[in-house]
Write a protein of this length. Structure first.
Length: 114
């Protein structure tokens, strides 16, 4: 059974940082495509960052230079380091794995507010 569990969300002031983590189980982590998505109120879910098995990362333009995605194949985890957070980063963040099919975590709330 595939499971994805996110952690690390919370409330932060503009300019602050948060680190999200996703712990996976039940998949061959080394060959999966990992990613973080987010969904703000009233908006569609959007891709934030993805990372391939060979560590190639891709980011949505609005987070380039601020967010960094990483993965630890030995621990079957992947993270999203978010720096210089902005009000518009407020959303529920979901970790995602594509391993023959799509798998999603339940989401973690990130709120950027002064």
């Amino acid at each position: 059974q595939v499971q994805l569990v996110e952690s690390g969300g919370g409330l932060v002031e503009p300019g602050g940082s948060l680190r999200l983590s996703c712990i996976t189980s039940g998949i061959n982590f080394r060959i999966g495509l990992m990613g973080w998505y987010r969904q703000a109120p009233g908006k569609e879910r959007e891709m934030v960052a993805t990372i391939t098995s060979d560590m190639s990362a891709n980011y949505i333009d609005s987070v380039k230079g601020r967010f960094t995605i990483s993965r630890d194949n030995a621990k079957s985890t992947f993270d999203l380091q978010m720096n210089n957070l902005k009000l518009e980063d407020t959303a529920v963040y979901y970790c995602h794995v594509f391993y023959y099919m799509h798998y999603w975590g339940k989401g973690t709330q990130v709120t950027v507010s002064s």
